[in-house]
Ligand binder design. Structure first.
Ligand code: DP6
Length: 330
């Protein structure tokens, strides 16, 4: 099955838009139980279910319209060169929704975060684009359908369609119609996520390639998938009972296990930098002193800290420049 087959199932035949412009906003998300391994590369179907929390205020706003001719992509007000990897990935995705070959899209995205800094900006980018397309074409899709379309752009984007805690069901069907994200009803107003930006000198390995290498060659890949299944249950329990120690411990160990599996691949996949490790050690020192703070990290050098509101002052003092996110604003 191809992406096009899935799009046809969801929106039927492609028509010209009803409106001049569509708009969408989506926050990026932090996976507490990670998606790292696919059962289908074309459709971004994951090997396991995953769980995230959306990072309020760290998102993308996308506006989209159509015109005759080639696509035009703008990121933060600047035109993106059509031959760049970023623009090509977008054009490929837009091909799925082009009613006629002569129709071009104008996509303007404003990111409220550093792009390519490992903050899963493709998650909010593709989710906001799908919301904008839904608005432009007037499809009137359900959350489930929007999540499936966003997944075709980037797996983690399936979860960015919602705010708060979000579970992405792996599903088992080959067309992926049962692989979509859903919000949990639980809120956790005291929960905080600290984003620590670590500058990398070199561009890291993309998630797609990192996952592929891990699945193909890491001796720990199957144990990683098994661990994920257990972690997901533990995290759901921790959220339901607001047990922060369990939430933190399981999230941190899930991230470390993902990175360990990736590191054991060949060629090796290493996202951490010296400064990331410095942050890790600081978190462990703080915990040793009795402060409940934990970390997570994705396919980049940045660290995300997990803690509760009452530790905010201490975190600010220990990590200058940290951006503190409230995933559940009042
Ligand atoms: C480490 O969603 O970027 O952030 O589906 O290939 O686009 P593709 O991968 P992507 O991978 C995200 C990986 C992660 C973990 C997660 O968000 O669950």
């Amino acid at each position: 099955l191809t992406k096009r087959d899935v799009v046809r199932k969801i929106i039927g035949s492609l028509r010209l838009p009803r409106r001049d412009e569509g708009e969408g906003y989506a926050n990026t998300n932090l996976a507490l139980c990670k998606y790292w391994g696919k059962r289908d590369e074309e459709l971004n179907l994951p090997a396991t279910s995953s769980l995230s929390v959306s990072l309020t205020g760290f998102g993308s706003r996308t506006r989209v319209s159509v015109r005759e001719g080639r696509d035009r992509v703008e990121l933060n007000g600047k035109p993106v060169p059509p031959a760049s990897a970023f623009a090509r990935r977008l054009q490929d995705f837009l091909d799925l929704f082009r009613p006629e070959p002569s129709v071009g899209f104008v996509v303007q995205t404003e990111n409220q975060m550093p792009t390519g800094a490992g903050l899963a900006s493709s998650a909010s980018g593709f989710a906001s684009l799908v919301l904008a397309l839904n608005d432009l074409f007037g499809w009137g899709l359900t959350g489930r359908e929007l999540s499936i379309l966003a997944r075709l752009g980037s797996g983690s984007a399936s979860r960015s369609v919602y705010d708060g805690f979000v579970i992405w069901h792996a599903g088992s069907s080959s067309d992926g119609m049962d692989s979509y994200a859903e919000p949990l009803s639980h809120r956790w107003p005291e929960l905080r996520v600290g984003v620590l930006i670590v500058r990398a000198e070199t561009k890291g390995i993309g998630s797609r390639e990192g996952m592929r290498r891990t699945a193909r060659s890491s001796p720990y890949y199957t144990s990683w998938l098994e661990k994920c299944r257990g972690d997901l249950d533990l995290l759901l329990g921790a959220i339901a009972s607001r047990d922060f120690a369990v939430l933190g411990r399981v999230s941190e160990s899930n991230a470390l296990a993902m990175h360990a599996a990736a590191l054991a691949a060949w060629p090796p996949v290493l996202y951490l930098r010296g400064a990331s490790l410095g942050g890790v050690q600081k978190v462990w020192r703080l915990r040793g002193e009795g402060h409940p703070v934990y970390f997570s990290m994705d396919a980049g050098p940045n660290l995300k800290l997990l803690f509760l509101d009452r530790l905010s002052e201490r975190i600010r003092a220990e990590f200058p420049g940290v951006r503190i996110v409230r995933p559940f604003p009042d």
